[in-house]
Design a protein around this ligand. Sequence first.
Ligand SMILES: NC(=O)c1ccc[n+]([C@@H]2O[C@H](COP(=O)([O-])OP(=O)(O)OC[C@H]3O[C@@H](n4cnc5c(N)ncnc54)[C@H](OP(=O)(O)O)[C@@H]3O)[C@@H](O)[C@H]2O)c1
Length: 259
Amino acid sequence: MPGLPAAAALTAETRLADWRLSDWRGRALVVGCGGIGRALLTLLAERCPHLERVGASRHPAAMAGVTMLSVDLERDVSLQHLAEELSAGPPLRLVIHTAGLLHDGDLKPEKRLAQVRRAHLERSFAVNAFAPLLLAKVIEPLLPRQEPFHFASLSARVGSIGDNRLGGWYAYRAAKAAQNQLLRTLALEWQRRLPLGCVSLLHPGTTATGLSAPFQANVPQQRLFSPERAAAQLLDVLERRSAQESGGFWAWDGEPIPW
Ligand SMILES: NC(=O)c1ccc[n+]([C@@H]2O[C@H](COP(=O)([O-])OP(=O)(O)OC[C@H]3O[C@@H](n4cnc5c(N)ncnc54)[C@H](OP(=O)(O)O)[C@@H]3O)[C@@H](O)[C@H]2O)c1
């Protein structure tokens, strides 16, 4: 990108224009091709027309104009394979991790202590907490050194410890809180090593996808976003962030969420 400072002098003090996503060239990677992930991949064609789009999850269905790769975030060898498949292309300017796990078979959000199970805690942490950090580790060599980039991951307001007034959902809440701490720590490391990166934790709001389907009954219609609306709001939030704000936890409307 013209006008950026020489590598030796790189700092987070980029111009706002350097963060205009519609101008970015390189690749966008969306990990987790569920409701919100697919809506983001669709919208990126319009909002970031110069970025090549890549999607990755365990069972990615084909999408026109998108390179789809397979990854199981619970397996290191699969993450390594994903990084190898990505290594041949241009730098990853925009990485959005949207994979998440709230329920699967007999894994359900706990209503009380008696329902807590070790295996469910471990699985929830594997997907909701460890996966985005381990993804960051394998793709780090593919991030640009001399251009700004975003590394965003979907968290959830229920992961806020300060905002926890209802209780329940032990595994999901705690795994999202752990993700927040892991990526906040990553943001601090990258501020030193990759100062043109902006790491963000994003709450999409309650969105009509498979993940929220069993819990939508009591959500007022105006508070339940379509995946398309959620995707647009998340890109709006990212559009307003730069490296100076790396490590933040933001809601869909751009408001910060307490840790
Ligand atoms: N929807 C909401 O109301 C809401 C609210 C707050 C936060 N969030 C967060 O937003 C994110 C996106 O949620 P969503 O609503 O789009 O859910 P979703 O439709 O269930 O999509 C999540 C996707 O994650 C992928 N995934 C799960 N485990 C994986 C694994 N081991 N390896 C690779 N991919 C895996 C799955 O795709 P494959 O089956 O193809 O692997 C799944 O489609 C999640 O982090 C969620 O916690 C959602």
